[in-house]
Structures are given as structure tokens and as C-alpha cells.
Design a protein around this ligand. Structure first.
Ligand code: C2E
Ligand code: MG
Ligand code: MG
Ligand code: MG
Length: 290
């Protein structure tokens, strides 16, 4: 059978496999060095209360400022290109730990500088959550006093539930007992959604941007979003819409009582200094939408 496929194809397969293995090793080494050389940086994207227009939180989003040529045109690598490799190699554990500590330290710095309290949302990958030390590390961060736990929100995705539902619920309950909030990210793109929604001790449901995109496209797309908002509210969850890009989407969400929005309409993810200008209200990115 293998012969029928022809040696050429087989050769092609092993070549690509070797290439893949080589690239993975490279990215692992590169990421390790990135951590050591402090090339990782957090950007922040505001989360805005739909009714008042106030910034009520920020999501920390990881960026990699690489000094390597050819890896990215602007020297800025987006998480989509390295988080999967970080998860596969396990480097997500030290990286995730760095992200959590840095986000909490930034939050403390903003409080010290006199900005009003803001929720700090941090993405936690499934592998990081399943690491045996996660709760202990989280406790350590809270004990360090950088951030009042109620102002910290961990963003998890439905994928964490699939692997071991009972253990996940228990883990999330431990997080809740520490006083930390939990949100379900990219809601609607995974498998488990409706059945587990009832059992998960979450505070916020983040509607994935693919649903927000569909609002204007057709009435069914709009009805799905309305349905998710109603479902979330009936379960006493806060609802946040991701990927809000247009004034029409914002108006629709406002009319349908969505609580919070996040998206390019208000601001792209920005470096901390730019976030400070947004918080101070000096440099409103989209001054005309409200
Ligand atoms: P996410 O957690 O769902 O984050 C939202 C993503 O949507 C961000 O992409 C953000 O830049 C993008 N976005 C925000 N508003 C809009 C909009 O109006 N339109 C569009 N088209 N996109 C918008 P980003 O920063 O590239 O991050 C991608 C994903 O990488 C994140 O999705 C998250 O799953 C992961 N990620 C980012 N930072 C971390 C981290 O520190 N740890 C872990 N484990 N994952 C992270
Ligand atoms: Mg997120
Ligand atoms: Mg998301
Ligand atoms: Mg995502």
C-alpha cells in the first residue's frame, strides 16, 4: 500500500515532518530566550460598560517583541503564532506565570498612580490551569498584595472543561474561594457550552467575536446574540461582547442589554502607557461613537 502511494509522497511526508520538528524546537528555544531576555510584553484592551461608556476593565494580551529578523515585519509577534507552541512544549507554564504576575503588578501600579480600580482580565490556558501548582501560585500572587482578588478575572475557554469536567469544576471552585472572578472566553465556539454553563462557577460570559460579526449580516445572527444575552442573564452572569467594531453593533448590543463590550470600535489592545492616556480620557481613540 505504501509503495502504491509512491516514494515521492513518502519522502515529502518525512521532509515536512522533519521540518515541523525542527521548527518546533526552534520556537521552543526562541520562546525560552524570549522569557529570559524579557522580550514578552503585555498590551491592554479596554472593556467598556455599554450604558455608561466607562472603562470597567482591561484584558491583558501577550505580545512578543522579537529582535530576530524575519520572524515578523514589525518585530511584534502575535500570540496566535506562539501560544500553541508554548502550550505544546509546556513553556506556557512559566510564560503564563509571568503574564499573571506582570498583569497584577501593572494593576497595582495603576492603583498607586491614582487611577480608579479596574478589573484585570488574564487569559489562562488549559494546560496552565491543569498544572498542579496553579492554585498555589495564584495564592502567592494574591498574598503578595499586588491586586485585590475581586479585581482579578481569569479568562478560561470551554476547552478546559472537555478534558476533565469534574476536576475542572472543583478547580474553578477553588479559584472562586480565593475571591477571584472567572470568565468564559470565546463562548459559543467550543463544544460543551450549554450543559456545563449551569455547573461552572463563572461570573462573566464573553460572546465570541464571530457571533458579533454576524449581527449585521442576517436576522438569525442577531437572534443568536440576543438569545445568548438572555441565557447569560437568566443564569445571573455578566455578558461581554468581544470584537465590537462598528457603531451599529454597539447600538444593537446596547438595545439588547449586553453589559460590557470590548473591540476595535473603542480601542485596539495598546501598550500600558497608551492605556494610561485612555484612562485619563486625554486620548479617546473613537471620540464620536458615544
Ligand atoms: P482572546 O482571549 O479571545 O482575546 C481577544 C482577541 O481578539 C485578541 O487577539 C484581540 O486583539 C482581538 N480583538 C479585540 N477586539 C477585536 C475586534 O474588534 N476585532 C477583531 N477582529 N479582533 C479583536 P490577540 O491579542 O491576537 O490574542 C489572540 C488570542 O491569544 C487570545 O484570544 C487568547 O486566546 C490568546 N492569548 C493572548 N494573550 C494570552 C496570554 O497571556 N495567555 C494565554 N494563555 N493566551 C493568550
Ligand atoms: Mg481572552
Ligand atoms: Mg475571546
Ligand atoms: Mg481566543
Amino acid at each position: 500500500r505504501a509503495k502504491e502511494l509512491g516514494g515521492g509522497r513518502y519522502q515529502f511526508f518525512t521532509d515536512s515532518l522533519n521540518q515541523l520538528i525542527k521548527e518546533r524546537m526552534t520556537i521552543e528555544n526562541l520562546l525560552r530566550k524570549a522569557l529570559e531576555r524579557a522580550e514578552l510584553v503585555l498590551y491592554y484592551q479596554p472593556q467598556v460598560d455599554l450604558l455608561s461608556g466607562a472603562i470597567v476593565g482591561v484584558e491583558a494580551l501577550l505580545r512578543w517583541h522579537t529582535t530576530l529578523e524575519g520572524l515578523s515585519p514589525e518585530g511584534l509577534v502575535m500570540p496566535g503564532t506562539f501560544i500553541p507552541a508554548a502550550e505544546e512544549t509546556g513553556l506556557i507554564i512559566p510564560i503564563g506565570w509571568w503574564v499573571l504576575r506582570s498583569a497584577c503588578a501593572q494593576s497595582r501600579a495603576w492603583r498607586t498612580q491614582g487611577y480608579p480600580p479596574l478589573r484585570m482580565a488574564v487569559n489562562i490556558s488549559a494546560r496552565q490551569l491543569r498544572d498542579g501548582n496553579f492554585i498555589r501560585d495564584l495564592q502567592e500572587i494574591i498574598a503578595a498584595g499586588d491586586l485585590d482578588p475581586e479585581w482579578l478575572e481569569l479568562e478560561i475557554t470551554e476547552s478546559v472543561i472537555i478534558e476533565n469536567a469534574a476536576a475542572t469544576v472543583e478547580l474553578l471552585q477553588q479559584i472562586k474561594r480565593l475571591g477571584v472572578r472567572i470568565s468564559l472566553d470565546d463562548f459559543g465556539t467550543g463544544y460543551s457550552s450549554l450543559n456545563y454553563l449551569r455547573r461552572l462557577p463563572i461570573d462573566t460570559l464573553k460572546i465570541d467575536k464571530s457571533f458579533i460579526e454576524n449581527i449585521a449580516l442576517d436576522t438569525k445572527g442577531a437572534k443568536v446574540v440576543t438569545g445568548i444575552i438572555q441565557l447569560a442573564h437568566s443564569l445571573d452572569l455578566t455578558v461581554l461582547a468581544e470584537g465590537v467594531e462598528t457603531p451599529a453593533q454597539r447600538l444593537f448590543l446596547l438595545a439588547n442589554r449586553c453589559d460590557v463590550m470590548q473591540g476595535f470600535l473603542f480601542s485596539r489592545p495598546v501598550p500600558a502607557e497608551e492605556m494610561e492616556r485612555l484612562l485619563a480620557g486625554i486620548n479617546s481613540v473613537v471620540p464620536n461613537v458615544f
